[in-house]
Design a binder for this molecule. Structure first.
Ligand code: DQA
Length: 144
């Protein structure tokens, strides 16, 4: 069975109470549970990791090589700033799908730029928790 990493970045541990008008009331534990359950449905092993640190994301991406077949990644604000995370994804040569709860293109201008998008198979944004489920399906289809 293929194994995938669902990787979450800064402030996503606060989901549920963080700006509910933007991100809803779903918690990260809810998202992780939904991803694991969906993994069982589509026949994919799911590991969920969250860190608030840029270097932690880089190290989790490095560790995915040889362990996971691909990544679903919400790098939070680092999406818009981090060349290091972009380079990490490019370096491990694992397919990655970028996901966001909110529609970053309908928000502030600084959220319209994604360094990560340059090295991802594609991007899914704006569907709340369902963005992760769609991202998993897209990654699975890409891996097939
Ligand atoms: C986010 C969008 C980012 O702009 C923001 O910094 C986040 C969450 C999202 O999932 O909508 O932390 O990645």
């Amino acid at each position: 069975m293929a194994s995938i990493l669902v990787l979450n970045g800064p402030n996503l541990n606060l989901l549920g109470t963080r700006q509910p008008e933007v991100y809803g009331t779903t918690t990260l534990a809810d998202i992780d549970a939904a991803c694991r359950a969906h993994g069982q449905t589509i026949g994919v092993d799911v590991t969920c990791v969250q860190t608030n640190f840029e270097g932690g994301l880089v190290e989790a991406i490095h560790a995915a090589k040889g362990t996971h077949a691909g990544l679903v990644i919400n790098a939070g604000a680092y999406t818009h700033t981090s060349i290091a995370i972009m380079d990490a994804v490019a370096s491990v040569e694992l397919p990655a799908v970028e996901v966001h709860l909110s529609n970053i293109h309908a928000r502030e201008d600084f959220r319209h730029t994604s360094y990560l998008a340059r090295v991802c198979v594609g991007q899914i944004a704006g569907f709340g928790m369902h963005s992760y489920i769609l991202g998993m399906d897209a990654l699975k289809a890409h891996l097939a």
